[in-house]
Design a protein around this ligand. Structure first.
Ligand code: MN
Length: 141
């Protein structure tokens, strides 16, 4: 097991990729990035993450279809998948859960709370050691 929990971020928007990955790295995660479903499947052959953050809207195969596919494959079915959705509307939670997601986090992400939100979805077996918080006072909290 990695000392740093591994997150596979599946996100096609480059700005969101950079922002989300930098927040995750600051929060003590190791981050793999995939811009679409094909890249995600390649990344998953390279290494199995502790958690997948899945953008729902992707070019080609969408995030929920990819989630359903991963949940039918014994090699990837145990991985916790959390949807990233720009549509936090009624019914979305049910859709993500029905696809096999453990839950969802709304976009745009809140950079102050995102690390905590992601950690709450980590499997209990994953050791989480947070880095020293140097950003607390920068945020005025
Ligand atoms: Mn997208």
């Amino acid at each position: 097991m990695s000392a740093r929990p591994i997150v596979l971020l599946v996100e096609d928007n480059e700005v969101n990729q950079l922002l989300t990955a930098s927040v995750l790295e600051r929060e003590g995660f190791a981050v793999d990035i995939a811009a679409n479903s094909t890249q995600a499947l390649e990344q998953l052959r390279a290494r199995i993450p502790d958690l997948i953050l899945m953008d729902v809207q992707l070019p080609g195969m969408d995030g929920l279809s990819l989630t359903r596919r991963l949940k039918t494959d014994p090699a990837t079915a145990p991985i916790t998948i959390v949807a990233l959705t720009a549509h936090a509307m009624t019914g979305d939670r049910e859709q993500t859960l029905a696809a096999g997601c453990a839950g969802y986090i709304s976009k745009p992400i809140d950079t102050r709370t995102f690390g905590r939100q992601v950690r709450e979805f980590l499997p209990r077996t994953v050791a989480v050691s947070r880095p020293a918080r140097t950003d607390a006072r920068l945020n005025g909290k």
